[in-house]
Ligand binder design. Structure first.
Ligand SMILES: [Zn+2]
Length: 562
């Protein structure tokens, strides 16, 4: 008699092996048997014709605080995610002495754009150490959570506010190493740091990890090497990707531990940059045999705008002054030919990296105001301008002026070129994720990296088999993080399972809900085609709705013993 029987599904077991129809018998939170099963069960889910896969493991979230007021991790749980990694980008809520908590909050508020009121009301600080944090986290979870130790908290714990002012002394580094060791002994899955030059606290001071010398970070990571446990997560940024890859490689060489760095994504302003990054990663990954992985996003980021509200031109001075001028003056500027020359030089002719794609063949007309212009919708500016014998910029501004600046355009900022994205997503040294779940909930929701990947790229673009895709979202992530009983459907493994319909799986448009602490509003994102999610043998989502079960656990790495 099984506790739970999944009957009639097609098994994608996470290994990449060919899929086949079989039932899954579950008892005591674990998979007992897979095959044609006739035993009775306390509960049976009919999953006829649906895909049955290991639950997805989201390697990059900021749900550290949210899991306390939302132990199910909405919206991740709606996308087949059964385990999340928290503590990314150098940001964790432990270790933290009472006097350092505000420094940690100051960093979270600014870097992850989580409101201070939400954090103040939503976190009941019952811990000082990582061990106590993990125990507090584990008291009520709907999905599983694994935690990285964040460099920022570690630094404040030892240095107080000096952490945002200066490098550490040898004595301070020794104390930090002890905190890292204690955190790893408590069951953390690794260590994260943040060297992103844009990452500041609320008070405009750089986040503490940015003041660490290379030797400090290296010494802290030596703890992972000595313990032969844990991953290294590096949050970087800026134009120097080559330098970041070299640094990641240096840390992998020093420690022998898996290093995750971010990120490789396609962008139209530097359309071939991903190739260089992939080649550099490949060199250390394959030729040198170092366990270094680049993060990538699955969800193309689309920018929709009119010349009444566009922000994508803000980095160009003439455009910026036009966009910040009153509309009548803005129209005059857009109509003026000398002004157009400047606008063209800044947005199109200049070749330096920018958010704006600098090319008309990837900018589409999304929506027009005048019925006579309907024929232009869903065509590129370049296509239309050529047909009319005009320059792209002239046509773009002319139609906007004709329609009182209400013509809406759309382009894809990141991951816009399917050929590039295919190569990135397929690469063995690339890890799919970067959902940032739990961060910047006020204006952006990217919970659904798994459903975007399965719907947009695997089904619609056909970039790889579903078997390979499931392997990318499950076994590979579990292996890198040392979660040795997850990521595969096998007898004896934990029964974390995602049930989805390959024909309809997708992300849905984000929506606003007012359910945060302090009654604040956030964006959530639901999925299509993911009816059921099972965590540790219990159904947490059935037919798309929470069941009220909270079977989640804190996940500790392979070989961990209390
Ligand atoms: Zn992050």
């Amino acid at each position: 008699m099984y506790d739970l029987l999944l009957k009639g599904g097609r098994i994608y077991d996470g290994s990449g092996m060919p899929s086949s129809y079989a039932d899954v018998g579950i008892s005591g939170g674990k998979i007992v048997e897979i095959g044609r099963l006739n035993g009775g069960a306390k509960r049976t889910l009919n999953v006829d014709g649906l895909a049955v896969a290991p639950g997805f493991i989201d390697p990059h979230t900021h749900l550290d605080a949210q899991l306390f007021w939302d132990p199910l991790g909405t919206s991740s749980c709606f996308h087949g995610v059964t385990s999340v990694v928290v503590g990314n980008c150098g940001l964790s809520l432990a270790p933290a002495k009472p006097e350092d908590r505000d420094a940690v909050i100051k960093s979270f508020v600014r870097v992850e754009a989580i409101s201070r009121r939400v954090l103040e009301e939503g976190i009941q600080w019952k811990w000082k150490s990582t061990a106590e944090y993990l125990d507090a986290l584990g008291t009520r979870l709907g999905i599983n959570a694994a935690a990285l130790i964040g460099h920022i908290a570690v630094r404040h714990n030892v240095m107080g506010e000096d952490a945002v002012e200066r490098q550490a002394t040898a004595e301070e580094i020794a104390k930090m190493k002890e905190l890292v060791r204690q955190g790893m002994e408590a069951g953390a899955v690794g260590f994260s740091t943040n060297q992103n030059p844009r990452h500041m606290r609320e008070d405009k001071k750089p986040v503490a990890s940015r003041l660490a010398a290379d030797e400090e970070l290296g010494s802290l990571l030596d703890v992972l090497a000595e313990m032969n446990s844990g991953v290294v997560q590096l949050s970087g940024g800026g134009a120097d990707a080559r330098g970041r890859i070299a640094y990641a490689a240096q840390m992998a060489r020093r420690t022998g531990r898996p290093v995750l760095w971010q990120s490789i994504n396609h962008s139209w302003s530097r359309p071939n940059h991903w190739e260089e990054m992939l080649a550099n990663t490949q060199r250390v990954f394959k030729e040198e045999g170092l366990p270094i992985y680049a993060m990538t996003q699955a969800k193309p980021f689309q920018n929709r705008y009119t010349l009444l509200d566009a922000q994508c031109f803000d980095e160009f001075p003439t455009w910026k002054s036009a966009m910040f001028s009153p509309v009548p003056l803005r129209k005059q500027m857009f109509a003026d030919s000398a002004m157009r020359k400047k606008l063209r030089a800044e947005a199109i002719e200049d070749q330096s990296p920018s958010v704006f794609p600098r090319r008309w063949d990837v900018i589409f007309v999304d929506h027009v105001k005048l019925p006579k212009n309907k024929i232009f919708e869903r065509k590129t500016v370049q296509e239309i301008a050529r047909a009319e014998g005009k320059d792209g910029l002239d046509w773009f501004l002319d139609i906007s002026l004709e329609e009182e600046l209400e013509t809406r355009f759309v382009h894809t900022n990141t991951q816009g070129d399917p050929n590039a994205v295919c190569e990135i997503l397929k690469h063995p040294a690339v890890m799919i994720g970067q959902s940032d779940a739990g961060a910047h909930m006020g204006y952006d929701a990217r919970f659904g990296y798994s459903t975007a990947f399965l719907g947009c790229w695997v089904r619609d673009h056909g970039i790889m088999s579903l078997e390979e895709a499931v392997n990318k979202l499950t076994f590979r992530v579990a292996s890198v993080f040392g979660l040795s009983d997850r990521g595969l459907l096998r007898a004896g493994f934990a029964a974390d399972i995602a049930v989805f319909d390959p024909a309809t799986v997708n992300t849905l448009e984000p929506e606003y809900v007012q359910d945060l602490p302090a009654k604040e509003t956030r964006m959530i994102q639901k999925a299509a085609g993911v009816p059921h999610t099972v965590v540790n043998g219990e159904v947490v989502i059935q037919d798309g709705a929470p069941t009220g079960a909270f079977p989640g656990k804190v996940l500790r790495p392979n070989g961990w013993r209390r």
